[in-house]
Design a protein around this ligand. Structure first.
Ligand code: FMN
Length: 300
């Protein structure tokens, strides 16, 4: 049975990775299982300089999901290179850095540095709904996405995957901008812009007022978007949004995803990602599938 896939030039032993921001830099979850079991680890959104993120409360639960407005808290790329990268490199898994910035120049400067590091690829975050500048401000128009991706492509030789926001009218058009600008892959979906109100305090629950919805609640939206993007572009797709088991992962792959990420599922159960690897293998055995690549985009 073959579970190896090639995501945008990154050879992964299986199609399962973890969604940025739900796995830190791998240290905490490495106490539960061997990270080498994953096809890849995707880091927390990392910026040129350290960021404190938003004021708390920054997360809350919703029906079948959660809201977050972390605001891209991270230690910055230098700290990552010196501390987290050597830690992650001890494992036999691919390392993809989720990169975020607040201007085109910042994305370019960051990616110049990432280009010199021993990492396997970059996931360019043009989709965070919880910061005032950058990210989604570029990510929700064809021209914005094309501009940042084009400039980053000039300085980055490593595999480049661009992560899209679902908070747009036409996701296929935005994915086309990524492809037209020369990226190697596209990743979707980030969280859906959402809000929760405390009816007794008569106030928003999150200090940021709005946050991003993730978890099983968003899965059907994500599957629909992966399917639409798969029909619009030729570059491979990293699919995510509410995946918590092997069956969910298979659904995304049938819709057109080459690989998938586990996000909020890591908070429900730290073993969700490796259970998903096993779930995919069980499905392959049960359905007598020799090669996982056979099912990618099989639903026309
Ligand atoms: C607490 C939290 C932090 C996140 N931080 C990031 C981030 O730094 N960069 C990014 O691209 N996406 C971030 N995301 C979005 C996830 O990577 C993912 O796209 C989204 O949650 C949908 O997948 P899920 O439903 O499996 O969680 C974050 C999500 C959560 C819940």
């Amino acid at each position: 049975m073959n579970t190896k896939i090639n995501l945008a030039g990154i050879e992964m032993k299986n199609p399962v990775t973890v969604a940025s921001g739900t796995f830190g830099y791998g240290r905490e979850i490495s106490q539960f299982f061997d990270l080498s079991k994953l096809g890849a680890v995707i880091t927390k959104g990392t910026s040129l300089k350290p960021k404190n993120g938003n004021k708390p409360p920054r997360v809350c639960e919703t029906a079948s999901g959660m809201l977050n407005a972390i605001g891209l808290q991270n230690p910055g790329v230098e700290y990552f290179a010196q501390n987290d990268l050597p830690f992650l490199r001890k494992y036999d898994t691919k390392i993809i850095v989720n990169a975020c910035g607040s201007s085109v120049d910042e994305y370019v400067e960051l990616c110049k540095i990432l280009n010199t590091l021993d990492i396997d690829g970059v996931e360019l975050n043009l989709s965070c709904p919880n910061v005032k500048e950058g990210c989604m401000a570029f990510g929700n128009t064809y021209d914005g996405v094309k501009k940042v991706t084009t400039e980053v492509r000039k300085v980055l030789d490593k595999p480049l995957i661009v992560k899209l926001t679902p908070n747009v009218t036409n996701i296929a058009e935005i994915a086309k901008a990524v492809e037209d600008a020369g990226a190697d892959g596209v990743s979707l979906i980030n969280t859906l812009l959402a809000m929760k109100i405390d009816i007794y305090k008569k106030a928003p629950v999150l200090a940021n007022i709005t946050g991003g919805l993730s978890g099983p609640a968003i899965k059907p939206v994500a599957v629909r978007m992966v399917y639409q993007v798969a029909h619009a572009v030729k570059i491979p797709i990293l699919g995510m949004g509410g995946i918590i088991n092997g069956e969910d992962a298979i659904e995304f792959m049938l819709a057109g995803a080459t690989a998938i990420s586990i996000g909020a599922g890591n908070f429900i159960d730290p073993y969700t990602s490796i259970k998903t690897v096993e779930g995919i293998e069980n499905y392959m055995k049960q359905q007598k599938i020799e090669d996982i690549n056979e099912i990618i985009g099989a639903v026309k």
